[in-house]
Design a binder for this molecule. Structure first.
Ligand SMILES: [Cu+2]
Length: 202
């Protein structure tokens, strides 16, 4: 029967092609730029400034990674994202604003101004230290650090996986499998109806 052989061929092609399409490690997943001699991945972090606080107040990046912190402003007041270059040091909350500025002078990995426009976005881009540990960041605007506007970047020896460049692999595979199942069910229904139509008395 012609329709039956056509269906068999169609299913055979699907069974061969689907696993190839679903195979992980396609070139698109390698679009992250490598840096340094260790070929480490870029690390992306989202931070929000709201109610004179950093959220999250703690995040983790791998050693030597090229870090991109995307800061979203939710306060109608200026802030800074200023990151200490000193490992495992907790800045005393008793420091005055002038003392805090002096501490960060020539001792920061990044120091970016965050404008007072709500929903504005600024990026802090820098290279994570080679030394694992926790590095404190703070806002240098008068009184903000002292009232709790600070946090810690954890620099980890272990690689932190980068975010997937789109849909996670599992979701893509799931969609492919679901599509295949739907196609097979429709093909089966079509085949049964075709067989019945042939058997139907005229
Ligand atoms: Cu601030």
């Amino acid at each position: 029967m012609k329709s039956k052989s056509g269906l068999v061929a169609f299913v055979a092609v699907l069974l061969v092609v689907a696993p190839v399409l679903a195979k992980p490690g396609s070139p698109k997943q390698e679009s992250y730029s490598a840096v340094g001699t260790d070929a480490l991945l870029d690390s992306f972090v989202n931070v929000t400034t709201q109610n004179t606080r950093f959220t999250p107040a703690t995040f983790t990046v791998p050693v030597n990674a090229t870090v991109h912190v995307r800061i979203t402003q939710k306060d109608p007041m200026s802030h800074t994202f200023t990151l200490s270059a000193q490992a495992d040091y907790v800045i005393p909350s008793t420091l005055s604003s002038a003392e805090l500025d002096a501490y960060f002078q020539n001792n920061n990995l990044t120091d970016v101004a965050i404008p007072s426009t709500v929903d504005s976005v600024v990026w802090a881009n820098f290279t994570a230290p080679a030394q694992p540990g926790q590095y404190e960041f703070a806002c240098r605007i008068g009184g903000h650090f002292q009232s709790g506007m600070f946090g810690f970047m954890i620099v980890s020896q272990e690689a932190v996986p980068p975010p997937p460049p789109g849909l996670p692999f599992g979701v893509v595979t799931g969609i492919m499998v679901a599509t295949l199942v739907v196609v097979l069910v429709f093909a089966a229904i079509y085949q049964v109806r075709a067989v019945r139509a042939v058997k139907r008395p005229r």
